[in-house]
Design a protein around this ligand. Structure first.
Ligand code: UDP
Length: 253
């Protein structure tokens, strides 16, 4: 592929102009940030693994009728996506208390919630994504009441499906973050799932040991970050042979 126009560079991904109008190429980097960009680093091979994991999860969701922007994976680090109009919200679904919920409400990490909770955050990096309510969303026109209902329903559907999928491979889906966009489909403006679904934006704990298998290993300096991402891919049955990152010296697999 020749030189493409770079549309946007984010923290973990780059978006390039796609081969046809209405498409984009999403490139997955190894760059990693946490705590609202206060901690920066690189997880070797993460981009390759997240590209593959997100392809797998988005495809499975597509098969059960959840509309997504994903079209197909192009190579180790790139996937073709449909260009959607961004909805400036970050949607977090929680099953178990962790992270900011534990801090905000003083709840012990690890307690199972009485029911799944959906939270909305305004997508604004310089404000560190503040928590917002439906009232803010409709008052400022970020999404309509109908779209909020649609986003809630899709988020809960994604949660039910992914919770079961991960449970089947011995992983607890503690919480995760989704993003949505708008896309014209058959003369109808539809809400579609965008961004990625990977250990970068999910909390995944081993069902038996509660060991963290996600971005928290990087955030909290727990070590063996690449290995955790690889283990998620391995359990999903999609570990690409050639993507195995080099092991740090003195370690065996
Ligand atoms: N999350 C994310 N990007 C962020 C912050 C959070 O993808 O910049 C994900 C995180 O992996 C978790 C969920 O959103 O699955 C809920 O995170 P939380 O609100 O607890 O914030 P955190 O404590 O991670 O900052």
């Amino acid at each position: 592929m020749g030189r493409r126009r770079r549309i946007f560079e984010g923290k973990a991904k780059v978006l390039y102009e796609g081969p046809e109008p209405g498409t984009l190429v999403q490139y997955f980097k190894d760059d990693t940030v946490a705590w609202h960009s206060k901690k920066k680093g690189t997880i070797t091979g993460k981009g390759v693994l997240n590209n593959r994991i997100s392809e797998y999860l988005m495809s499975r969701l597509g098969e059960i009728g959840v509309p997504t922007h994903f079209v197909r994976r192009l190579n180790m680090r790139e996937q073709l996506i449909r260009e959607a109009e961004i909805i400036p919200l970050r949607v977090v679904v929680r099953n178990v208390v962790a992270g900011s919920l534990s801090q905000r409400l003083g709840l012990p990490e690890g307690s199972v919630l009485p029911r799944s909770i959906v939270e909305f955050y305004y997508k604004k990096d310089d404000l560190e994504d503040p928590l917002v309510s439906d009232e803010h969303i409709t008052a400022f026109g970020w999404a309509s009441p109908y779209e909020i209902d649609e986003i809630m329903a899709l988020s809960l559907r994604v949660n039910d499906y992914l919770s079961g999928l991960f449970l089947g491979i011995g992983v607890r889906l503690v919480d995760f973050r989704l993003e949505f966009g708008r896309l014209w489909e058959n003369d109808e403006l539809r809400i579609v799932l965008t961004d990625e679904i990977s250990p970068d934006n999910c909390r995944l704990w081993d069902i038996k040991t509660n060991e963290k298998m996600d971005m928290d290993r990087f955030r909290c300096d727990l070590g063996r970050v690449e290995e955790a991402y690889q283990e998620v891919a391995r359990r999903l049955g999609i570990l690409p042979e050639s993507a195995t990152p080099a092991k740090p010296e003195g370690k065996k697999s």
